[in-house]
Design a protein around this ligand. Structure first.
Ligand SMILES: *[C@@H]1O[C@H](CO)[C@@H](O)[C@H](O)[C@H]1NC(C)=O
Ligand SMILES: *[C@@H]1O[C@H](CO)[C@@H](O)[C@H](O)[C@H]1NC(C)=O
Length: 332
């Protein structure tokens, strides 16, 4: 009698240990490793092609389409060298320039649910932010700001994945915005129909969010939607890769005096950003062998930079009408 009771208790104990081991194995197996921004910024960047988000990205290929947006085909001279570098380094890519008229036509024809909010934005920067998410959702490809200079071809460095977002230098995000990290919409790529860009377009265009461009359509809301998306089950079928800053935004914005800002940063993320920058001996350029593009922070779209705008040049004439495509056939 007592022997069988102790036998049963041994069996139960073994069973308990077994279940515990099972649970531990399952937990480690199921929880996706989603490193925080810190793990690849403060301890050095991994190889830029290493997939950071869950799921395999090997079978995705971002279409070889390059998208710029501007009011018209008459573009500031300031941008000429950057545009030229990207077209030259990606000679076989289809190039689209999205003028305001093209943007409106795309929304009118295929995303009418966004039209009202799009027209109600009071800032052109908001329209410029919003249209890029829609373009990537509809066609896929790579969107880039005109002040992004290219230094290596996009393929294969950036194309073998479902979607990616640029990331601001972490020191800059922390010192300038008091946040841990920030996705950037100055360079983004995607396959068409990606659920992330659907979620992003819905977030900023179904209803007008309060605030300026930065928080209602730009990096702030992009980072929020990204964080929510990467914690949702959708990430498994629709990976989104947050690029290490050295890949496309290796520079600290040269328009700010970082040493001076750091004199007053004593608490929170700001002081941590300053500590990182000091540890790097105030290195403002983090370019390395994995750098594909360099965001130049020209800020010409902002009122305060009006005086830095140079004259306009005709982009179609410069790069040829065989190279420059429009959504709406000319003339408009
Ligand atoms: C572009 O395409 C041509 C013809 O298909 C090919 O010979 C060339 O190697 C390609 N260039 C690049 C940079 O991929
Ligand atoms: C720009 O150049 C193209 C090609 O030369 C021409 O067809 C077009 O009318 C020009 N656009 C403007 C706004 O001058």
């Amino acid at each position: 009698m007592s022997a069988s009771v102790s036998q049963i208790s041994v069996v139960f104990r073994l069973l308990g240990v077994f279940v515990l081991i099972l649970v531990v194995v399952l937990v480690f197996h199921l929880v996706p490793s989603s490193p925080s921004a810190d793990s690849f910024t403060e301890t050095g960047d991994p190889h830029p092609l290493a997939p950071i988000e869950g799921g395999t990205t090997a079978h995705f290929e971002i279409p070889h389409i390059l998208h710029h947006t501007f009011a018209s085909e008459m573009v500031y001279e300031n941008y000429r060298p950057m545009i030229s570098s990207c077209l030259k380094l990606n000679p076989n890519w289809t190039y689209y320039l999205w003028r305001d008229s093209d943007a409106r036509a795309l929304i009118f024809l295929h995303y009418p649910q966004y039209m009202k909010t799009y027209m109600r934005f009071n800032d052109n920067l908001q329209r410029s932010d919003a249209i890029r998410y829609i373009i990537l959702h509809r066609f896929g490809g790579i969107y880039l700001d005109m002040d992004v200079e290219c230094v290596r071809p996009f393929h294969p460095a950036l194309t073998r994945q479902a979607a990616f977002l640029d990331q601001e230098r972490v020191e800059q995000t922390r010192i300038a915005w008091g946040r841990q990290f920030s996705a950037m919409n100055s360079l983004m790529g995607s396959v068409p129909g990606h659920k992330f860009f659907q979620a992003m377009s819905d977030r900023v265009l179904l209803r007008k969010l309060p605030g300026d461009a930065y928080s209602s359509t730009g990096p702030n809301v992009l980072t929020q939607v990204f964080q929510r998306f990467r914690n949702s089950p959708a990430i498994w079928n629709w990976p989104v890769h947050l690029l290490p800053p050295s890949v496309a935004s290796p520079l600290m914005d040269p328009n700010r005096n970082w040493r001076q800002l750091c004199r007053y940063a004593r608490y929170g993320w700001g002081s941590r950003g300053c500590r990182m920058l000091r540890a790097k001996k105030w290195r403002m350029d983090d370019r390395n062998g994995g750098t594909v593009a360099v965001h130049r922070f020209l800020h010409l779209g902002y009122g305060f930079a009006v005086r830095q705008r140079k004259s306009l040049f005709n982009l179609t004439k410069e790069f040829g009408s065989a190279r420059v495509n429009f959504y709406l056939r000319r003339p408009v």
